[in-house]
Design a protein around this ligand. Sequence first.
Ligand code: XIL
Length: 344
Amino acid sequence: QKTLGEATKGKFLFGTAVNMQQVNGVNAAESAIIASEFSAIVAENDMKPQPIHPAEDRFNWDNADKIVAFAEKNKQTLTGHCLIWHSQVPNWFFVGEDGKPATPEVLKERMRKHIHAVVGRYKGKIKGWDVVNEAFEDNGSYRNSKFYQILGKDFIKYAFQFAHEADPNAELYYNDYNVETPSKCDAIVQLVKELKAAGLRIDAVGSQSHMHMINPTVEAAEASFKKLKAAGVHILITEWDISILPSPYEGANISTNFSYSKEMDPYRDGVPADVQAKWNKRMLDMFNLFLKYDDVIDRVTVWGVTDNGTWLNGFPIRGRMDYPMLFDRNNKRKPIVDQMIKLA
Ligand code: XIL
């Protein structure tokens, strides 16, 4: 029986995000699936600034080191996520010695040290890094993060410069969600141009691809691929999942603070056949599109392995259970996987 990693060989890498239970073998079933099914992995959390660099003078390398070893053992391509992000970043980055906001010089130097330490440690072991994550709003304006407030938009250039200094051979990526939104995609294309004009390296744009039942449409996703391709960068599908639930982003009116109820796990007795069929079609339509652009798409990574472990259990509605993954709650391959393998 072929795996997705085997079926997509020569087209793109097929990866997944991994957590420590899987890497430690505490979750042995998922661990085995990851080892056999995927040709690439990325840390779901353990290389982010907060877990890896919780205090200015302290790094937690243990988990990240184990992920590196896991990838080596299973001969999988490893990528890094993520160096600079407004979320899951410890507050010490932004506080000056006087308790006031860090000055631009101090924050820039902290970014330099952080990036040099993390990228430097895994030099030669990580194919490429999500250097900056989620710097834009959907309307194309810069997100008003602390990095932006203190350094302005140049924080992005600094991050790419430092990452390249630390590992000149590593690929460097800009990563974001809702890249299919035209205004956001245009802003990213503009950023790519500015980085290139400044002589900085950028290999690819990561399109997270956290999708819903209606949006983004295949057409919107394709339009974003065309724009990125024309901008002269490769594309990575970095965090693919399609929520099977009604989405507040698509107008569904769902209470965000319900306590335990049927609403919390609407499909616990099984996903209705029509809903499942719709999700299957959506998965296949998107996967077909990725295949159509396999000349510029280097990797497709799903954000999790089974419906048990998906981050969408609880996002964006706290406590709500989703069914977005390729493997079900019993760690069984869903039928969709064989259909994807046939398509590839
Ligand atoms: C998520 C993880 O999956 C969760 O376990 C964690 O609690 C929060 O972050 N965009 C990203 C990812 O770039 O890092 C996020 O991962 C999902 C959204």
